[in-house]
Design a protein around this ligand. Structure first.
Ligand code: ZN
Length: 428
């Protein structure tokens, strides 16, 4: 589905609940593993009777899960094997109902909630055509807890659930799952050195952009370049290094920047490749964060790179409300300035290594992965996977090494400058 379809889930923004957000990836893995039925079901009706919500489908669906979202309060129910239909229902605890598509084969029904309602039980009938959710009135604390818990499976996919099907259908008691733990990667290098977190874009079920023939994936090039950069930085001996991922795994964008924050990183570098099917675009680009994307190209890129989170049902602007106090605002402004200066260094040093940039090399975009308010961060699009020449380069060790050399030199210059500025400040 297109960005437009996805975008309808993006508003309004809700407050960040990092653990809840991150936990979604666990649920999504299961969701994606579900076999898709030969033909998708459509929604027949949504009815609300007191605190009970009944969803009727025109044919069997494959599974159901849901999550509670805060600010504003919503219940999102994802149905595997459902195409988007249309239905409007309100009443009782529900003020409004919307239906959309999370990804092909997975439909989502969003219920706007009037109060602090949580799902106390869920039941899918044996013919898998009717899902009933029982809501319970709770309070702000219980609701916030439910939001932190993240995705809860209401009905297992057919293959897993067969054994559990009883005469009365499947009723899943909704106990809180294991608390989510952020995967904290290993830090390499000398303890007294500043820490650079390298983020290889995409991974796992999210391939990123593809080459025109579909054979080459952005996630592989980004990981190879990230590893080359890690090796180069460690060889320099001037910084410590950690990687958000060093294998083919999926992380939501908030996890990536949260890893950098938890490790108290001094610099965050996200490695990606660009795509522009049907055009002649080529060359590298460096992006830094701004509140408003600087141009339409940057905005489109933000939509593309942020999509990994949309797939997980997370609002892109989730952190914005948190970044509201003046103190954080000032920190973020300084962080943005530092990021911009580093981006200039990256462009200069990569150019020195013979890497060509697009004319407008330094754009600003509202990239979710860069939104840690206190860690200077850049996102480097290392070339166009859709350009035959760039594609060849992106997957060549020689080019990967040159990118790593350029960025490594920029990192050295960045920290040398920073130290210099500290000395000046201390002398005053
Ligand atoms: Zn990317």
């Amino acid at each position: 589905m297109g960005i437009d379809g996805l975008m309808k889930f993006l508003t309004p923004l809700h407050r960040a609940r990092r653990h809840g957000i991150a936990a979604l990836s666990v649920g999504l893995g299961a969701l994606l593993a579900w076999p898709m039925p030969a033909s998708a079901a459509a929604i027949q009706s949504v009815s609300i009777d007191g605190n009970a919500i009944t969803l009727a489908f025109d044919r069997a669906v494959d599974g159901a899960s849901g999550l509670v979202l805060d600010g504003p309060r919503r219940l999102a129910v994802d149905i595997a094997g459902l195409t988007a239909g249309s239905a409007s229902a309100s009443g009782g605890p529900v003020t409004q109902t919307r239906i959309g598509q999370v990804r092909p084969g997975v439909g989502r029904i969003v219920f706007d909630l009037a109060g602090y309602s949580v799902v106390s039980s869920a039941a899918l009938t044996p013919d898998r055509r009717t899902l009933t959710l029982q809501l319970t009135d709770s309070d702000a604390r219980a609701f916030a807890h439910a939001a932190r818990v993240g995705r809860v499976a209401y009905a297992q996919p057919v293959a897993l659930a067969d054994a559990a099907v009883g005469r009365g259908g499947v009723t899943v008691p909704l106990d809180a799952p294991e608390p989510y733990r952020l995967p904290i990667p290993r830090v390499e290098g000398r303890a007294d050195k500043p820490l650079v977190v390298i983020d290889a874009g995409h991974g796992g079920h999210d391939p990123g952009s593809l080459s025109l023939d579909g054979r080459y994936k952005e996630k592989d090039a980004s990981l190879a370049i990230a590893k080359a950069l890690r090796d180069e930085l460690l060889a320099s001996g001037r910084v410590r290094v950690a990687m958000t991922r060093s294998d083919d795994r999926f992380l939501v964008l908030q996890e990536r920047r949260e890893i950098a924050r938890r490790l108290h990183a001094d610099l965050f570098i996200s490695i990606h490749c660009d795509s522009a099917p049907g055009s002649q675009a080529s060359g590298a680009t460096v992006y830094t964060l701004s509140e408003t994307s600087s141009d339409r190209v940057a905005a489109a890129l933000a939509a593309k790179e942020n999509k990994a989170d949309v797939i997980n049902g997370v609002d892109l602007g989730a952190q914005s409300n948190d970044v509201s106090s003046i103190l954080i605002d000032l920190t973020q402004r300084e962080t943005m300035n530092s990021s911009s200066r580093f981006a200039d260094l990256v462009q200069r040093e990569m150019t020195d290594e013979g890497i060509s940039f697009k004319t407008t090399y330094h754009r600003f975009a509202g990239l979710a992965v860069l939104k840690a308010p206190d860690v200077p961060a850049v996102l480097i699009e290392t070339g166009y996977i859709t350009d035959p020449n760039d594609l060849h380069l992106l997957f060549s060790r020689e080019y990967q090494h040159r990118v790593a050399m350029g960025v490594s030199h920029a990192v050295e210059a960045h920290f040398a400058r920073r130290l210099g500025r500290t000395d000046v400040a201390m002398a005053e």
